[in-house]
Structure formats: structure tokens, C-alpha cells
Design a protein around this ligand. Structure first.
Ligand code: AHR
Length: 497
């Protein structure tokens, strides 16, 4: 099997916004309690946050983390999570049917994020609440002082404002599972009024308007068209959410799911541009793919969980090797849309459908999907180049003309490096790749990282890391051409300098 590709400085998509390597921490399952926060853990810092987990997040260089939800935010009273911890109420948390103890809230999270050098993408509750709670929270977080809410923050021990720049106007408001679900008209109006008030509090913030919860929603893409009629001028981004699973065990079809992700992004861009034209607007709307991942392994198990406990193990997908390939492909898809997708969040970060898992009182460990996310985050910064690809294709159950080679390339001018990311979707055959890189004179291959495994279903655990990358990829650069052997079903990172 052979594929050809051209990568050249002149074929630019756009600068990669580092925020496409964002992630997400929701008050859900063991993401916060027992995940990032475990005061009794041997590595816990003075504030009760696990240092071993922090170290893994640092390794991933996560630039922005969405918080506190997710479905959780649509029933959340943010005031419950600030002030003296012993006075904070325990609440019935309806999204995930647990008890929320509020040991961690806005201030603790903002402080933790700051220590990690990551930004916060804060979501406001537009399910059970609205304009008033949103503008108060923003005043609490960002106003320097001298007003009721900002002085309350100071009284709570946080003299400096958190200066949170990115705000989500609710979460998945199109979904029947959402507390306080809205019609597109209702949401559009509410989001517009909330945005208006929030911008009056702090004109420097960036706002994300809720798009569809997946391409499978019956209201997609009419939801985007109707809501953006209201929010186009007041928001900077529209959100996209999408999870995939291999429920019928058809791996060839599963690895082609990014065809759907690509269609999702195209459709949302088209809808944004249609509203732009309709409004005679000069503004370009950007996309925030602020929930994306594989999510299906834990679905059945989650149905058996008893309600009203604190931090049960929920959504704890244990990922396998093929999931890592799809996550790699999803990252490639984001990179190929670097001109419009300017933020994205791998959902989520710790324990809950996450690249990082923790044992209570024990180890923090890396799931299979940790690796493509790590490689893209570290090496995928700079300018996304448009790879001209000529690859053999296949037909799968739901998609036709699926290229075996899925690829993106990033040129880091500062470091004088080019990185080619490539997935070989063929399950049984290697792919001989010839890549024209003549535009990059004097470059050599510094590394060819490969993630491969004979068993598509192999996964990692706290004590056994079966799926991990090696740097022995077979490739060479001669006379301006890279030739590489991409093993069957593999994730490849070819770094040139
Ligand atoms: O990430 C898990 C959940 O998926 C989020 O709470 C919700 O927004 C989405 O449905």
C-alpha cells in the first residue's frame, strides 16, 4: 500500500491556536474529588491537590481547562462553592445524581489552574439560572474590588482577581438531558442577554455560544442557525461537542469516524458564514470544539451506580489502542481546521473519560489516549500546513472513500521544526509513505515516534503500560523526500529539523 504527500511552507492553513489542546474538568465522578483533589494522598499539596496528577497535566502542556461543567453547570449555584469550606452546603446534584459536597469551587480551581500555568474556560449556568448569576460570578472573578461581589472574593482570601478571559454561555442547551433545556429561540435570547450583561461587567472577555451536542441531534444544524441569529455579534465562538464509540466492534468504520467530525466542522463553519452574510456582518465566528473524545466503554456500568453518593466512579472508560488511533485522527482533524477551530477541549482530563487515571491513595497513570494528545500538544504548535495527500481509500459501513492515510503537518518557524502527524487506518497492512518536503532544505529527521500494538483492544492500567510509544519508526529523508513505513493501524509523529 502506497501513499504520497506534499508538505510545503507555502501551503498554510493558519496559525495553530494553542488553545486547541485544551481539556476539561467537570464536577463529575472522580474528576475533582479523588482526581485532581485528594487531601489525604501522599503527594497532596497544601491545598489538597495531588502533585502527581499536576505533573502529568504539566507534561501534557494543557493551555486551557474548561470548568465546572458540563451538564453539572446547568444546576450549579456557584455561591455554594466559595467561602469557608465548613460552611458550604452539600447539594443534590441532578445532572449525575450524586451529592456535591462543594469542597472545591471557583477559587480553589482558579488557584490550582494558575499554579499549573493553564487558563480557565469558565461555564455559567443557563439551565436553572441566567443573567443575574452569570454577571455576579464574573464580577466575583474579575472585578478588582470595591463592589459587593469583588469584595466578597477578597474576603474569601483572594485579593487578586482571577481574570478569567474565556466564558461559556451554558452547556449543551439543546439536549433533553440538560437541566433547564431550551429551544433554540429561548437559548438564543437568554445567551444574548447574558452576554450583553457580562460584557458590560468586563468588555475583555471572550464568549462561547452553545452549538449542538453532536451531529446526531435532531435540531442540528438548525440550532446553530437560529441561536446565532441572536448571539452572532456578542459571542466570539460557537461550541461543538462530539464523542465516538466502537459499539458494534467494527474497527474500520470506527477509525473512519473523523469523516463525521470533519462534516460537523464544515457544516458549522457554513452555518456561521451564512449568518454572517445574512447580517451583513464583518465579523468571523470561530469554533470551540470544547468537548471531544471517545466515550462508550463505561456506559453500561454507569447505569448500575446507586444515586446520591459523593464522587462515585462514573464515566471511567478504560481506553484501548484503537481509541488512541481515533483520538490521534481527531487531533489531526482539528489541526486541518486550524483556521476556524481556535479552541478545543479533550473531554475530560482526569478519571472521567480521561487520559489520566488515579488510584485512591495510589498511582496516577496514563491511558492509551494520553500519547497522541501529548504528541500533538507538544509538537503541534506553529502553523498548520495543508498536506496535499494522495492515498488509497476504503469504504466502511457508514463512510465511503475513507483515505487510509490521515495526516496533518505543523511548521514551527521559531524552532525550525516540521512535524508530520499520520495515522495509518489500514488494520492489516503497512503504508509506504513518500512525502515531498523539498521546501524544507537542509532538514533531517530527528525522530519518528510510533504508537502501535498487535492487539487493537490492548489497554493500560496502573501497573501495566501495554500501549506506549517508541521512537524507532522506519523513515528516512533523502533528496527532499521523506520515505516512511507506517505500520498497520498506527499513530506516527515524524519530526524534521
Ligand atoms: O463530558 C461528559 C458530559 O458530556 C458533559 O457533562 C456534557 O456536556 C456532555 O454531554
Amino acid at each position: 500500500l502506497k501513499a504520497k504527500m506534499i508538505v510545503d511552507k507555502a501551503f498554510r492553513i493558519d496559525e495553530v491556536d494553542p488553545r486547541i489542546y485544551g481539556s476539561f474538568i467537570e464536577h463529575l465522578g472522580r474528576a475533582v474529588y479523588g482526581g485532581i483533589y485528594e487531601p489525604t494522598h501522599s503527594t497532596a499539596d497544601a491545598n489538597g491537590f495531588r502533585q502527581d496528577v499536576k505533573d502529568l497535566i504539566k507534561e501534557l502542556q494543557v493551555p486551557i481547562i474548561r470548568y465546572p461543567g458540563g451538564n453539572f453547570v446547568s444546576g450549579y449555584n456557584w455561591e455554594d462553592g466559595v467561602g469557608p469550606v465548613e460552611e458550604r452546603p452539600k447539594r443534590l446534584e441532578l445532572a449525575w445524581r450524586v451529592v456535591e459536597p462543594n469542597y472545591v469551587g471557583t477559587n480553589e480551581f482558579a488557584k490550582w489552574a494558575k499554579e499549573l500555568g493553564t487558563e480557565v474556560m469558565m461555564a455559567v449556568n443557563l439551565g436553572t439560572r441566567g443573567v443575574d448569576a452569570a454577571r455576579n460570578l464574573l464580577e466575583y472573578c474579575n472585578h478588582p474590588g470595591g463592589t459587593y461581589w469583588s469584595d466578597l472574593r477578597i474576603k474569601h482570601g483572594y485579593k487578586e482577581p482571577h481574570n478569567i478571559k474565556t466564558w461559556c454561555l451554558g452547556n449543551e442547551m439543546d439536549g433533553p438531558w440538560q437541566i433547564g433545556q431550551k429551544t433554540a429561540e429561548e437559548y438564543g435570547r437568554l445567551a444574548y442577554e447574558t452576554a450583553k450583561a457580562m460584557r458590560l461587567v468586563d468588555p475583555d472577555i471572550q464568549l462561547v455560544s452553545c452549538g449542538s451536542s453532536s451531529t446526531g441531534m435532531p435540531t442540528f444544524p438548525e440550532w446553530e442557525a437560529t441561536t446565532l441569529e441572536h448571539t452572532y455579534e456578542v459571542s466570539d465562538f460557537v461550541s461543538l461537542h462530539q464523542y465516538y464509540g466502537n459499539r458494534d466492534g467494527d474497527s474500520a468504520n470506527y477509525l473512519a469516524r473523523t469523516m463525521d467530525m470533519d462534516h460537523f466542522i464544515h457544516t458549522v463553519i457554513s452555518t456561521c458564514d451564512y449568518i454572517k452574510a445574512k447580517k451583513r456582518s464583518k465579523k468571523k465566528m470561530f469554533l470551540s470544539f470544547d468537548e471531544w473524545n471517545v466515550w462508550y466503554h463505561s456506559n453500561d456500568q454507569d447505569k448500575k451506580i446507586d444515586p446520591w453518593t459523593i464522587a462515585p466512579a462514573q464515566l471511567e472508560d478504560i481506553y484501548n489502542f484503537e481509541d488512541a488511533l481515533l483520538v490521534g485522527s481527531m487531533l489531526i482533524t482539528l489541526l486541518r481546521h486550524a483556521d476556524r477551530v481556535k479552541m478545543a477541549c479533550l473531554a475530560q482530563l482526569v478519571n472521567v473519560i480521561a487520559p489520566i487515571m488515579t488510584e485512591e491513595g495510589g498511582k496516577a497513570w496514563k491511558q492509551t489516549i494520553f500519547y497522541p494528545y501529548l504528541h500533538a500538544s507538544i509538537y503541534g504548535r506553529g502553523t498548520s500546513l495543508l498536506p496535499i495527500v494522495d492515498s488509497p481509500k476504503y469504504d466502511a459501513q457508514d463512510y465511503t472513500d475513507v483515505p487510509y492515510l490521515d495526516s496533518a503537518a505543523v511548521y514551527n518557524e521559531q524552532k525550525d521544526e516540521v512535524t508530520i502527524f499520520a495515522v495509518n487506518r489500514h488494520l492489516t497492512e503497512g503504508l509506504q509513505l513518500t512525502c515531498d518536503v523539498r521546501g524544507f532544505e537542509h532538514y533531517t529527521i530527528i525522530e519518528h515516534i510510533v504508537l502501535e500494538h498487535d492487539d487493537l483492544k490492548a489497554g493500560n492500567s496502573a501497573h501495566d503500560e501495554k500501549v506506549k510509544p517508541h521512537s524507532n519508526g522506519a523513515s528516512e529523508l533523502k533528496d527532499g523526500y521523506v520515505t516512511a513505513n507506517l505500520s498497520k493501524a498506527s499513530w506516527n509523529v515524524i519530526r524534521l529539523k
